[in-house]
Ligand binder design. Structure first.
Ligand SMILES: Cc1ncc(C[n+]2csc(CCOP(=O)(O)OP(=O)(O)O)c2C)c(N)n1
Ligand SMILES: [Mg+2]
Length: 564
């Protein structure tokens, strides 16, 4: 930092920004992700002068700041912090806030705001942000009083982390952020239950658990689906023991992937369609019953009865209301799994036919993989990239997917060894998460491999933030699946219309040179045999490194639905 930067600013000790940083830190926020603007200078001053200073990671687009805060929350299970300047700083962050909303990520966004004393006169970037943010946050409001900034930030963090977690937005008028005042008690100190005071982590209703145990006892073909909240709630161990004790076949979703490590006998994600089609009971825990899970409707083919569905979530408001449930439970997920394992008896008959049936379906799916994972085809088949990557991955690797078909393949063929190391964009499906997620992963897991799988289309949303990786010395391996098209749109459009439009990108565009120009490194790969050596160079590089693999645009991911 230069002497100029260290010189006292025009803000006073104890100003709103300093209060905000102290409150954020008290709630576990360790890094501030931001892009500069005058309205938020006191927050920077607060971070710089905190003891110890709070690290500031300054990015190239506000969406990256919020995506990074979101990934921090998802990887560390402590809240993430993004600071956005007034007006366009906030509006640029909205897609990422919405992603956090869909993912239930504990993110606090603190924003600057035009001064109150001029409100309505048209000062720079004067916008009433909370009205825009309210639908995609747990709460969005404005603090107008310098003395209230610390308490408001405390309330924001408390709310973001309370079940069901989610983003919270607070903007602070210019006077309040730059001004000083004696801090009022935190809103949380005076909050009653109607204000959403911190809910104690209670286990679900024992009667609901007992009912689910009875349903399990009646079932001969059950399936357990484990979603991101199982990891986020710290219930991974309890879920795994329950599955093992009860001999339940498991399908993993999102950050639930890795709770049963790759190769585990009960992990049947690769036999997913058979499992969900033939099950008589599907127990879904820690994830919504949305398009990714067939909206909660399973079986029922050829006149067979539909599978019974059980939904278990961390908070009552998350229980699906759009489909028929045989039972549900809400509350601490670790307590749920422990309670279930205690009250349900393992059914030996499952080993008789259901588990072998699924093992056989999984084997059949996987036996077809080997050929494509080792494909020598030219142009490169995208699966060959995963065939080369998988053996290089360490158990604690963090894998991030930002793209269309290229990332769908990863979801199918890369099985993590541990939970919490898989970051896809979640049900909002927003392209552009990549660089923000990657920088957060490098900070959260300093010694782990961080691999970003990036479609060439997706690259356009955030690749400029490779500059941020370089400036902040955050090496990650970026693998670009470069098919020269918006694959996930081009192929479906052709299937629907017989032609496609607005789906073409530059063939063999040198995204690797973009990263090189920004101070990282990279290379273009056009032959299958070059992929492995290029990946090894990338892992050894110690700088952000983009392996730009030219893949076959004619290969379409075989999907049964686009989720629409
Ligand atoms: C912000 C945003 N804009 C548009 C879309 C629609 N969309 C989903 S996948 C996709 C194509 C992605 O292309 P690419 O990253 O090159 O991956 P590919 O499918 O070619 O492997 C598009 C445009 C989206 N999900 N998010
Ligand atoms: Mg593409």
């Amino acid at each position: 930092m230069s002497e100029d930067e260290q010189a006292p600013g025009r803000t006073q000790p104890g100003h709103g920004g300093a209060q905000a940083v102290a409150a954020a830190r008290a709630h576990g926020a360790q890094t501030m992700f931001t892009l500069s603007g005058g309205h938020v200078f006191p927050l920077y001053d607060g971070a710089v002068k905190a003891d110890p200073p709070m690290p500031i990671v300054d990015v190239r687009h506000e969406q990256t700041a919020v995506f990074a805060a979101e990934a921090t929350a998802r990887l560390t299970r402590a809240p993430g912090l993004a600071v956005l300047t007034a007006g366009p700083g906030v509006t640029n962050g909205v897609s990422a806030v919405t992603t956090a909303h869909f993912n239930g990520s504990a993110v606090v966004v603190i924003a600057g705001r035009a001064p109150d004393y001029r409100w309505g006169s048209g000062s720079l970037q004067e916008l009433d942000h909370p009205a825009l943010l309210a639908p995609v946050t747990k709460r969005a409001w404005t603090e107008h009083d310098a003395a209230g900034v610390g308490p408001a930030v405390t309330e924001a963090f408390r709310l973001a982390g309370a079940p069901h977690r989610g983003p919270v937005f607070l903007d602070v008028s210019l006077e309040a952020l730059f001004g000083t005042g004696r801090a009022r008690p935190a809103a949380a100190d005076t909050a009653g239950p109607d204000r959403g005071g911190p809910a104690p982590r209670r286990g679900p209703d024992p009667e609901a658990v007992a009912q689910i145990a009875r349903l399990l006892a009646e079932s001969s073909r059950p399936v357990l689906v484990l979603g991101s909240d199982v990891w986020l709630e710290g219930a991974a161990e309890a879920a795994r023991s329950a599955a093992e004790q009860l001999r339940l076949p498991v399908i993993a979703n999102g950050q639930g992937r890795g709770i049963l490590p790759a190769g585990h006998g009960l992990l049947v994600s690769r036999a997913r369609s058979t499992a969900l089609r033939e099950a008589d009971l599907v127990l879904v825990a820690g994830t919504p019953l949305d398009f990714r899970l067939g909206y909660g409707e399973y079986g029922g083919q050829g006149g067979a009865p539909r599978a019974r569905v059980v939904h278990v979530t961390d908070a009552a408001g998350q229980i699906a209301a759009h489909c028929e449930l045989a039972a549900s439970a809400a509350g601490d997920l670790a307590a749920f799994f422990t309670g279930l394992a205690d009250s349900a008896a393992p059914d030996r008959s499952r080993a008789g036919s259901w588990l072998p049936r699924l093992a056989q379906a999984r084997q059949a799916a996987m036996s077809g993989d080997a050929t494509l994972l080792a494909s020598d085809a030219l142009p490169i088949h995208p699966l060959r990239i995963y065939g080369e990557l998988a053996p290089l991955l360490e158990p604690d690797a963090v894998i991030i997917g930002d793209g269309g078909d290229f990332v769908s393949y990863a979801g199918k063929y890369l099985e993590p060894q541990r939970p919490g190391g898989w970051l896809d964009p979640g049900p909002y499906g927003c392209l552009g998460t990549g660089l923000g997620y990657a920088m957060a992963a490098r900070i959260a897991r300093p010694s782990a491999q961080v691999v970003l799988l990036l479609g060439d289309g997706a690259a356009g949303f955030s690749l400029m933030d490779a500059d941020t990786l370089v400036r902040h010395r955050l090496p990650v391996v970026i693998i670009c699946g470069n098919n020269g098209i918006w694959g996930l749109e081009k192929h479906p459009m052709r299937a629907l219309y017989g032609y496609d439009v607005a789906a073409q990108l530059q063939p063999q565009c040198r995204y690797d040179q973009v990263v090189t120009a920004l101070g990282g490194a990279g290379e273009l790969v056009t032959a299958p045999a070059e992929i492995g050596p290029a990946l090894r160079r990338a892992f050894a590089a110690g700088v952000p490194y983009l392996v730009n693999v030219v893949t076959d645009p004619l290969v379409a991911y075989p999907r049964s639905t686009t989720g629409i």
